[in-house]
Design a protein around this ligand. Structure first.
Ligand SMILES: Cc1cc2nc3c(=O)[nH]c(=O)nc-3n(C[C@H](O)[C@H](O)[C@H](O)COP(=O)(O)OP(=O)(O)OC[C@H]3O[C@@H](n4cnc5c(N)ncnc54)[C@H](O)[C@@H]3O)c2cc1C
Length: 398
């Protein structure tokens, strides 16, 4: 990626174009069914393996997505945006999850080797267990507890909306290991599937959008894991080497880096909506008065400009993660701006088409439902705007 214009390299552009064309032709025809059945097509592997470009999937070596020269996060952004141009269900198939990002942020070198590397190799799938029934945004509110008992930690509590929770090989579970320290007592534990005391309370929650993505409710009742399953620890206790971030900080770092990708999904959906709408309106142009067509053109122009801004902000965030000092500011701008903007774009597309826009004959109403959650999960829009404002106020104060 160019350091001044954030233009993608020709290779990454070509990758994105091929992925976009394939996802529209191959994923999109299954979109309605995935939404209605609340699960991905039974032959999802066959469908995904027909992609002409790597999808970053781990169930096959040939499919592995190596970063382009633009950088890891820029490559991921291109992947997220263009895969979701077809529809969101492709991303909801078994994949890495995001639990491993916490391992990378908080784990010792041994833990990274044991729990992060196999995820990147495609051997393990992970879930990220932070949200509980009474909180999501305010990560200091973790009520799940972890109590040391000899060589083990005993975890009690529950987690909600854990993506891929029911099928992950392990969950990174945030729990308070020392309530006297308040939020500073929050730590993160690797809980492998099958650990006694860890059960699935609900396999898949019923949601407005991205209904084919599995989100699970998890229960931990006297769930015992070895000492070395606490991130940043080994069997003898805390380790000195490796990244030193607290439980809450680790959660925020992991989420922060992945936030622009959620904004990329929104851009993919909004681009798809603009393209579908433009094509339909073009077919109807002959029946429109000159004034009405001029109004259509104004709306299309405004939506396109807003979408370009969102895309540029997303790639800027990816660029900073790849090349600058990783910080929460640029990801927050991206996550705070793009989903909300794309929500408005898709709503406007539906409006321009009238009743047809809301009909189930088209996918616009589905994408409108799908895009909503991008403004809520992995850090809501309001919370992102607080992060941006604090950064701005902090700069003025210094
Ligand atoms: C499809 C899906 C997948 C998910 N995957 C995961 C996952 O894998 N792991 C996981 O741990 N969680 C996951 N979640 C949960 C998600 O991250 C939370 O729902 C989200 O963080 C919001 O938390 P909450 O639901 O408690 O809402 P709250 O935090 O209660 O927020 C409710 C509303 O209040 C606003 N708000 C909160 N605090 C402030 C403030 N200080 N100022 C202004 N407004 C504020 C929010 O922006 C929001 O609009 C998922 C959710 C969904 C729907």
């Amino acid at each position: 990626m160019s350091t001044t214009s954030f233009e993608l390299s020709p290779e990454l552009q070509r990758y994105g174009q091929e992925l976009r064309e394939w996802s529209a032709a191959t994923l999109r025809p299954h979109a309605r069914e995935a939404d209605t059945r609340k699960k991905v097509p039974d032959n999802w592997q066959e469908i995904l393996h027909s992609s002409p470009v790597p999808l970053g999937r781990e169930d096959t070596d040939a499919d592995r997505l190596a970063p382009f020269e633009d950088g890891y996060w820029a490559t991921q952004m291109c992947y997220y945006e263009n895969l979701n141009y077809g529809d969101v269900w492709g991303l909801g198939t078994p994949g890495r999850g995001i639990g491993q990002l916490v391992v990378k942020a908080m784990g010792s070198p041994e833990q990274i080797k044991k729990w992060y590397d196999p995820v990147m190799d495609g051997t393990l799938e992970t879930g990220f267990g932070l949200t509980e029934s009474h909180f999501g945004s305010d990560t200091s509110q973790v009520a799940t507890t972890a109590v040391r008992d000899g060589d083990s930690w005993v975890i009690n509590g529950s987690k909600m909306y854990c993506t891929n929770g029911a099928r992950s090989d392990y969950i990174t579970v945030f729990a308070n290991a020392d309530k006297s320290l308040g939020a500073k007592g929050i730590a993160c534990f690797i809980v492998p599937r099958g650990t006694p005391g860890f059960s699935i309370a609900k396999e898949n929650e019923d949601k407005l959008g991205i209904r084919s993505w599995q989100t699970s409710e998890l229960l931990f009742q006297g769930c015992r894991v070895p000492l070395e399953n606490r991130l940043g620890w080994n069997a003898a206790g805390p380790v000195d080497e490796g990244p030193r971030v607290s439980g809450q900080g680790g959660a925020l770092t992991a989420l922060s880096n992945n936030r622009p990708n959620m904004a990329g999904i929104a851009v993919g959906l909004a681009q798809a909506s603009i393209d579908v709408t433009t094509k339909l309106l073009k077919g109807q142009q002959a029946g429109f008065s000159t004034k009405r067509w001029a109004a259509v053109e104004r709306d299309l122009d405004a939506m396109n400009a807003a979408l370009q801004r969102a895309r540029r902000i997303n790639y800027k965030a990816a660029f900073v993660l790849d090349n600058g000092t990783p910080n929460r500011y640029n990801p927050a701008i991206s996550k705070g701006y793009s989903p909300q903007t794309c929500d408005r774009i898709i709503r406007r597309c539906m409006q321009l088409l009238g009743p047809e826009g809301t009909s189930k004959e088209l996918l616009l109403e589905k994408w409108y439902r799908d895009v909503k959650i991008m403004d809520i999960f992995e850090g809501s829009g309001q919370v992102q705007r607080i992060i941006v404002a604090r950064e701005l106020v902090g700069r003025l104060a210094s």
